[in-house]
Design a protein around this ligand. Structure first.
Ligand code: NI
Length: 138
């Protein structure tokens, strides 16, 4: 970690009170860590805007495995992109519904396209790509 730098921030007192309430609710014990996390989150979001940046993330899918050929389609898609999909967790939620969580890694553009293809597959009830970082440089 590099040397710590101290900054002063002028902020509206009402806004600060709301911020304190928010971060207290999330378990932060001081503002500095909350500010640092906000900044890191913005940097992670920004990295995803550049399609060549190396990123990691998770794709969450909920689907009904009774939908014809859906499980096969999702598996085929994952095999097509096996280099970008590091791991898959499958949970049988109930008689009909499955939850899959995929750990994805690669160039931001490629990872986004894989997630879009999986999530837009007919029969997927809900899907979400969660963006995160390899941690390098943060
Ligand atoms: Ni299942």
């Amino acid at each position: 970690m590099s040397e710590l730098a101290r900054i002063g921030v002028a902020i509206d007192s009402d806004l600060l009170a709301r911020f304190d309430q928010l971060i207290n609710g999330r378990g932060y014990t001081n503002r500095s860590e909350a500010f640092r996390d906000l900044i890191r989150d913005e940097l992670v979001q920004k990295a995803w805007e550049s399609s060549d940046t190396e990123v990691v993330g998770t794709v969450t899918l909920v689907y009904d495995h009774h939908v014809r050929m859906l499980s096969e389609k999702l598996t085929d898609l994952q095999h097509d992109h096996h280099k970008n999909i590091l791991s898959t967790l499958h949970v049988h939620l109930d008689h009909d519904n499955c939850l899959e969580v995929l750990i994805v890694k690669g160039k931001a553009g490629a990872v986004q396209r894989i997630a879009d293809a999986l999530i837009s597959t007919r029969g997927v009830k809900h899907g979400q790509l969660t963006l995160t970082t390899t941690g390098a440089g943060l």
